[in-house]
Structure formats: structure tokens, C-alpha cells
Design a binder for this molecule. Structure first.
Ligand SMILES: Nc1ncnc2c1ncn2[C@@H]1O[C@H](COP(=O)(O)OP(=O)(O)OP(=O)(O)O)[C@@H](O)[C@H]1O
Length: 363
């Protein structure tokens, strides 16, 4: 996998593509109308409130669950093909392990179950650097140690795609930091595409470069972190009346928090935010995520970097970057960040696909 995936980012390969993907349990939709593209080699955070559909999406991508509608492709094929099963590792919530086996026995079992594709060096490195004791039974490990052992098992099969369902939940800050550092180092070394569900918003900054936000079983935000942040502005000032100043409300207002006379608003920019008696800044990833989680009715935004590639493009040999009509779906050139924070003001806002009316909530 490593070769493909390492070159994945440079060649604009797609790791996962979903079109109209949905999953229903009896009459209730767990996930609906889910359309996005995740380029290979990215670390994608999957964020949403409880019940938003995160685990469902991961199970559909890994082939554990079948769609009720729409399609999902992994590396261009159905998730459940033998090749994709071999290329995908899915660590479900709670890291299921055999509790009576020691760490060393668990690793030996992993090797026995994956003949010919077991990267012992990689597994041992994670266990050693994560300080997971080899002689202790899996059932007696701490939450952080269990997660690290799960990651060791997953990475030892050199997956192209690693799906992690809340791997950091319940870990103390040091264990979270250690786990995240090992995860990033290993993913970078192998070029693994990672989808990581988490509600630890403050800790996603600097970890993920791609984002999928779900709410009520639907996509709320999707795309490059830089694109999504660049499409928004954080505006802080003092209330001079009941409503937000018109120059701010003219943008798509996502969320406003008030403290005393001061307001803090996250807007989706429709161009540059006009100067006034307020400060304008780029929101942090956490501020952006909080705004969307607080405002479940805010219009969805699928950045061009997350738009599926047209079918005719799939048929082209080489799948090279530079899709006609979709220039920002190609990979960034050296030193450039198309539509990102270095792009022209309003670039991402102006070209992103607004899935709803785009009316300012407080306009
Ligand atoms: N097997 C199932 N049968 C019935 N309903 C289900 C099933 N699996 C999931 N659901 C429902 O689908 C919705 C999405 O569930 P899912 O577990 O994907 O959400 P989630 O975002 O992962 O939540 P959490 O963060 O709490 O784990 C929820 O309303 C859940 O109750």
C-alpha cells in the first residue's frame, strides 16, 4: 500500500468517495444523502454530536455495513472487495481485543492471522514507544494502552485506509498526546489515509488536514481544513443595538455568542468582511467546529476539495490532477494552497458548494 498511498497526495488519488450515501434502520435514517470525496494520504477528522452518524459512516466505508441508498467507493472499488478488506483497518469504539491474551500473545496472533503482510517492526515500535507492557493481559490494560495496542495491530497490516472510531475517548491528556503523536508519525511514514472520529475539538487542530462534520445524519461541512477555515471569519465587537451590524449580517451568519455587550460571531464570508468598530480574525478549527455544532440549522458547506470527481474523470488513465471545470479539486502544487488561507479573500467562500439557501441566519 505504502507506495500508492505515499504518492496518493501528489497524484490526487481518491481514498474514499461517497455519493448519495445513506443507511436506514427500519424507518429511521442513521445517515442520509452523504456526498463527499476524501483524497488519499489525508488525516480526516470526523466530527458531530452523539447520534450524528459517525460510526455508521465508518462502518459503511469499511464494508461492515451495507448502504440502504447511494454508493461508497474505497480506492475506486466497493468497500467489501477482498482487496479493500485487506487495505482497510477499522478500529471500532472501545478497541475490541481478546482480554485473556497478553500484549505479546496478541501481537503473535496478529502475525499469525496476517501472514505475509505483518509489519512486526511497526507494531513493536508503537507498543514500545507507547510503553504498553508486553506481559500484561489485554483485559488489564488502561484505556490508552488498549488504544495503542489496537493501533499497533492496525498499522502492522500496513493499511491504506485506517478508520478510527473515537480512539481518544476516555484517555487522559498525556495518553491522548502520546497516541496522537504515534498515530501521526506512523500515518506519515506509511502514507496512510486516516479517518478519525472525535469530539475532542480542541485537540484536532494541527492533527487533521481534512474535515467531515455530520449532524442529524447529514454532512454539514466537508473539505480541506484550510479551505473551510478560509471561507469563514470570526468577528468580535460590541453590540450597539439588538441586532448584529448590517455589514456583518450581510454574510452568512453561522453562530453568535454574546457575553455582556460583546458579541462573537462566526460568519461564512461572502467576500471580505467590511471594516468597522469590530475585530475580524480567522476562526480556529475549534471555533469553527463549535459554531457549526451550536447551529444545527446553518447551511452545509462542501468545499470543492471534497466534491466527488466526475465519472468521466475516473475513466481517464493516470487520474492526473487538473480536472476541467474543477480546478481546486486537484492537489496543491508545491508551495501553494489553492483556496486555502493563502488564497484570495473570499476564494473558498465564493466557490464552495452551499447546500442550502445560504441566507444569513441573523441577516
Ligand atoms: N443498529 C442500529 N439499529 C438502530 N438504530 C441504529 C443502529 N445503529 C445506529 N443507529 C442509530 O443511528 C443514528 C446514528 O448512530 P451512530 O452510532 O452512527 O452515531 P454516532 O455519531 O457514531 O454517535 P456517537 O457519537 O454517540 O457514537 C443514531 O440515532 C443511532 O441510534
Amino acid at each position: 500500500m505504502a507506495t500508492d498511498q505515499v504518492t496518493g497526495r501528489a497524484s490526487g488519488r481518491t481514498a474514499v468517495e461517497a455519493i448519495g450515501l445513506g443507511r436506514r434502520h427500519r424507518l429511521r435514517w442513521a445517515l442520509r444523502d452523504c456526498t463527499f470525496r476524501l483524497p488519499a494520504g489525508r488525516i480526516c477528522a470526523l466530527v458531530g454530536p452523539g447520534g450524528a452518524g459517525k460510526s455508521t459512516l465508518l462502518s459503511l466505508v469499511s464494508g461492515l455495513t451495507r448502504p440502504s441508498e447511494g454508493t461508497v467507493r474505497v480506492g475506486g472499488a466497493a468497500p467489501a472487495t477482498a482487496a479493500n478488506r485487506a487495505r482497510t483497518a477499522h478500529l471500532t469504539q472501545g478497541t475490541p481485543l481478546y482480554p485473556r491474551l497478553t500484549v505479546a500473545e496478541t501481537l503473535r496472533l496478529g502475525r499469525a492471522l496476517n501472514p505475509g503482510r505483518w509489519n512486526a517492526r511497526c507494531a513493536e515500535r508503537i507498543v514500545r514507544e507507547g510503553r504498553v507492557p508486553l506481559g500484561v493481559r489485554a483485559g488489564a490494560l488502561s484505556g490508552g494502552q488498549r488504544t495503542l495496542l489496537g493501533l499497533a495491530l492496525a498499522f502492522a497490516t500496513s493499511p491504506e485506509l485506517l478508520l478510527l472510531d473515537e480512539p481518544l475517548a476516555g484517555l487522559d491528556p498525556i495518553a491522548r498526546h502520546r497516541t496522537t503523536a504515534l498515530l501521526l508519525a506512523q500515518a506519515a511514514e506509511l502514507g496512510t489515509t486516516v479517518v478519525l472520529s472525535s469530539d475532542l475539538l480542541a485537540e484536532l487542530d494541527g492533527v487533521c488536514d481534512y474535515l467531515l462534520v455530520l449532524g442529524g445524519g447529514r454532512i454539514r461541512l466537508a473539505g480541506e481544513v484550510d479551505d473551510l477555515i478560509g471561507a469563514h471569519a470570526l468577528v468580535m465587537g460590541e453590540h450597539r443595538g439588538a441586532a448584529l451590524p448590517g455589514a456583518i449580517a450581510a454574510h452568512t451568519v453561522i453562530d453568535t455568542q454574546t457575553s455582556g455587550r460583546r458579541f462573537t460571531t462566526v460568519v461564512r464570508r461572502l467576500g471580505t468582511v467590511a471594516a468597522g468598530p469590530w475585530e475580524t480574525a480567522e476562526p480556529s478549527l475549534e471555533e469553527l467546529l463549535l459554531a457549526y455544532l451550536r447551529a444545527p440549522d446553518a447551511p452545509a458547506l462542501i468545499a470543492p476539495s471534497a466534491e466527488p470527481v466526475p465519472a468521466r474523470w475516473h475513466r481517464r488513465p493516470g487520474n492526473k490532477p487538473g480536472i476541467p471545470g474543477m480546478p481546486r479539486n486537484g492537489p496543491p502544487g508545491p508551495g501553494s494552497r489553492p483556496g486555502g488561507r493563502d488564497g484570495p479573500p473570499g476564494g473558498a467562500a465564493g466557490t464552495a458548494h452551499d447546500h442550502h439557501s445560504g441566507k444569513g441566519a441573523a441577516a
